[in-house]
Design a protein around this ligand. Structure first.
Ligand code: GAL
Length: 324
């Protein structure tokens, strides 16, 4: 039986995608029966297919390399493994335990290239750059191009935002300025061109959605892998002004143990669902980190992440419903 999204939370049961259920926090298996490795990830739609990219933390990966996993789905529930689209050796002499996190892929209609951004760092997180890799196909082998500091600023966690008009933006956390940058990519997406906003709040795990005339920006506080109360603000323009930040969930839940990575807007024939995509990190076993996806209650400048429970999403109608 399906009930309204605002209904009271229920206890979680085990994962079962065969029934089309999304079960927040449960193991998510791909078409091979293996755990989806797309942590700190992002999703783009290409044609009728959604592609989910993220950190691939498979334990048998070569420890000298860093990997990005790519999965495909038409319904956002059943995911087919496509490829480890990046299998990168240390590209900048970063040394042991170098870092590649939060990969995001954009499609550039002018160059017809897929452009992958990720946070690139040394083990002490001092490099604070983004890296760029490209591919001619969405799930091909991406080739490393370069790394740089966007707008010459330190950049650690990154987020991706594509507006309704197709404009592409990078969100990045910049520690010295204690701020959250929103910046426009260049026409070919190969560089970061223009600052839209510097929100005066030290937040990471940045995510943005444009919903019914308002921009909603979300992020977490800086507590490393530990979850904290994620917050959001709104603005009528990406250049602000932004409202004060407010909690997305009761603060004592620490965002139900998760950290934001993206808000995905699913528009259908009957309505629009905005999906909160969060990571439940397991720092000692990163491959076993889980995903918390829930439909947000959003509108009129308010945004709430409901307590996790099983739900279903119909990408054709755009409707989400929790399941009792
Ligand atoms: C988090 C960040 C993750 C990762 C982690 C390392 O704050 O969101 O992407 O960098 O710190 O401690």
């Amino acid at each position: 039986m399906c009930v309204a999204l605002a209904a009271a939370p229920e206890v979680l049961v085990s994962q079962d995608v065969s029934k089309g259920l999304i079960r927040p926090g449960e193991v998510w298996l791909d078409d091979r029966g293996e755990m989806v490795q797309a942590h700190g990830g992002g999703i783009i739609r290409f044609g009728k297919t959604y592609y989910w990219f993220g950190e691939d933390r498979t334990p048998s990966n070569d420890p000298e390399k860093r990997y990005v996993g790519c999965y495909a789905s038409e319904d956002l529930v059943h995911w087919r493994f496509r490829n480890q689209v990046l299998k990168l050796s240390d590209p900048e002499l970063l040394g042991p335990n170098w870092v590649l996190e939060r990969p995001k892929v954009y499609y550039n209609t002018w160059s017809k290239k897929f452009v992958l951004y990720a946070h690139l760092d040394d083990s002490h997180y001092k490099l604070a750059r983004v890296m760029v890799a490209t591919s001619d196909t969405v799930d091909g082998d991406y080739q490393y191009v370069k790394s740089f500091r966007p707008l010459d600023r330190e950049s650690r966690d990154i987020g991706q935002f594509i507006d309704d008009d197709g404009s592409a933006y990078l969100v990045f956390e910049s520690r010295p300025t204690r701020g959250f940058f929103i910046a426009k990519l260049s026409d070919d997406y190969m560089s970061v061109e223009k600052q839209m906003s510097l929100i005066d709040a030290p937040l990471e795990g940045g995510a943005i959605v444009h919903y019914k005339g308002l921009y909603y920006a979300m992020g977490s506080h800086l507590t490393g892998w530990r979850p904290n109360p994620n917050v959001y603000a709104t603005a009528t323009s990406l250049s602000g002004p932004w409202t004060e930040f407010q909690d997305v969930a009761p603060p004592e839940t620490n965002t139900y143990g998760s950290q934001s990575t993206m808000m995905l807007k699913v528009q259908g024939t009957k309505g629009t669902t905005v999906v909160y995509m969060g990571d439940i990190w397991r720092p000692k076993e990163l491959f076993d980190s889980r995903y918390l996806w829930m439909p947000l209650v959003i509108g009129d400048g308010r945004l709430t992440l409901p307590a996790p429970r099983d739900w279903m999403l119909d990408v054709k109608t755009g409707m989400g419903s929790v399941v009792k």
